[in-house]
Ligand binder design. Sequence first.
Ligand SMILES: [Zn+2]
Length: 99
Amino acid sequence: MGRGDHRKCTCCLELFRPDPRKRRHQFYCSASGCRAASKTASQARWRAKPENQSYFRGAVNVARVQAWRARHGVRNAHVATGGPSLSTSLANRSAVAAS
Ligand SMILES: [Zn+2]
């Protein structure tokens, strides 16, 4: 490699040497904090795309998350302790709003 094969990390601003095969895509050095920042930024970029905005929505994902919460003992933050499921409380709310 010739000159100019160093790049400033977007996160810590230190110079690093990107992999020659990935230099078009590599803007973060390999420090663990910078890799985490890179991952966060790339996920935010992905989520911002219109075709991905509803990727985690829908009944399948609601069921998946509810199952995960049940396995991990996490209560739904939107529902009072011991209360009905979120969908039931939403239905009640719209019924109240309609009357
Ligand atoms: Zn860095």
